[in-house]
Design a protein around this ligand. Structure first.
Ligand code: FAD
Ligand code: EPU
Length: 338
């Protein structure tokens, strides 16, 4: 089936900030073969942008590029000895895949419940939450090379995963389109309650021996309490990454600001809680015009009331400047700005 090209369409319902910009061209992809078709039409010789659920993008102006929206569906699993291989189309909703696994008793994804977005985007920034990262369960992904028109399979070691990062954000940025992902789970995966909030909520519910459904429910509950629901308050989750700094800088900062919230991550490296840095600059719950900072989580910028992408971007600039002036720490954006 030839892919349909829509022209000059509103992207308001294709981004979780709910920003209303228009795209010059918009193409929905439901089958891999449609990408090969687009290649023969030289579509990838012009500027394009791959869009999944739009939960990690901020559109600051009309998009003068072709939007390639991945809507390839399908999910299945098979078991070999103790390993479970889960395969899903790039356009599947991530949280639906998590619940497919939970409902089928397949352990490993439950801590990643309720993260918005699609399966195809999950390797891009190596999504992570509540003690699990995508890299812990990733097996392979199949991706279309827009430069050669061929498909390629990426193994774990090809992806160079790290905190909120992969090869798809660096060397191969805007080159490969992920059409499906395979995950490797195991019946021997143990329940992961290392994140303090999970333990607290399980104790509150008097659950001593949680199963994967309990974990998915508890994680979903914690998320709903803390993060705004994009269907009512536009947002893209954490706007910035948590900064990682070296020991010398850390020691200096910690001496000056004993309240600093941090996590030692590897030898001589510390991750700072960006939410704390932003809150301590007085931004939590504040609005500037129609853009704002979420009242329960200072790392989340919101579309408070019909903000444009530029309003939200300008607010992020003011926040970065304040954090830099007070702490000398540069905040790097997690959200992709267009
Ligand atoms: P999009 O926003 O559409 O795209 C994101 C990036 O991936 C873009 O660069 C895009 O070009 C690229 N991309 C998308 N699909 C493909 C594809 N098929 N092939 C190649 N490139 C592609 N993230 C976390 O890691 N942890 C969290 O806990 C978390 N919580 C969130 C909470 C809320 C309320 C929201 C709104 C967002 C949160 N996020 C979180 C961010 C977001 O959910 C993830 O980044 C998610 O993976 C984005 O998926 P998407 O399909 O919406 O991607
Ligand atoms: N904090 C504050 N004030 C705030 C927010 C946070 O002081 O307003 C401090 C608190 O001390 C808190 C600590 O920061 O204990 C950590 O906060 P939280 O547990 O909310 O996690 P986070 O570091 O802010 C990260 C991810 C989230 C992920 C959660 C849970 C990043 C950039 N963000 O947030 O991912 O859901 O941990 O694992 O790493 C996303 O990427 O979009 C996202 C939501």
């Amino acid at each position: 089936m030839n892919p349909q090209v829509q022209k000059n369409i509103s992207l308001a319902k294709y981004n979780t900030f709910g920003v209303d910009v228009r795209a010059k061209k918009f193409i929905k992809i439901e089958h891999e073969s449609q990408l090969e078709e687009l290649y023969t039409q030289n579509i990838f010789k012009e500027p394009f942008f791959v869009l999944g659920g739009g939960s990690n993008v901020l559109f600051t102006k009309d998009i003068d590029k072709t939007i390639i929206h991945i809507a390839i569906k399908g999910k299945e699993h098979q078991t070999e000895n103790n390993s479970i291989y889960v395969h899903a189309g790039g356009g599947e909703v991530w949280n639906d895949l998590v619940w497919y696994c939970v409902d089928n008793g397949l352990p490993g994804m439950e801590n990643l419940a309720l993260i918005p977005g699609t399966v195809g985007a999950s390797p891009i920034q190596n999504i992570g939450a509540y003690g699990t990262e995508l890299m812990d369960i990733f097996y392979t992904c199949r991706a279309f090379d827009t430069q050669t028109g061929k498909f390629r399979t990426f193994k774990h070691e090809d992806c160079h995963f790290s905190y909120r990062d992969s090869i798809f954000k660096t060397k191969y940025k805007n080159r490969f389109i992920i059409t499906s992902v395979s995950y490797k789970l195991s019946y021997q995966n143990s329940i992961n309650t290392k994140y303090g909030k999970i333990k607290e909520e399980l104790a509150h519910r008097k659950i001593e021996h949680p199963d994967i459904k309990d974990i998915a429910e508890v994680v979903s509950h914690i998320r709903v309490e803390k993060l705004p629901d994009p269907s009512t308050v536009g947002n893209a989750g954490s706007f910035f990454k948590n900064p990682i700094i070296e020991e010398d800088t850390f020691t200096e900062l910690h001496t000056k600001f004993p309240g600093l919230v941090f996590f030692p991550i590897e030898k001589h490296k510390y991750k700072l809680a960006a939410g704390w840095l932003i809150e301590s600059c007085g931004w939590k719950g504040k609005t500037v015009g129609a853009a704002g900072v979420w009242k329960n989580q200072a790392l989340v910028l919101i579309n408070a009331n019909g903000a444009s992408g530029a309003d939200i971007f300008n607010l992020s600039e003011q926040i970065s400047k304040d954090v830099y002036n007070k702490y000398g720490v540069l905040l790097e954006r997690e959200v992709n700005i267009l």
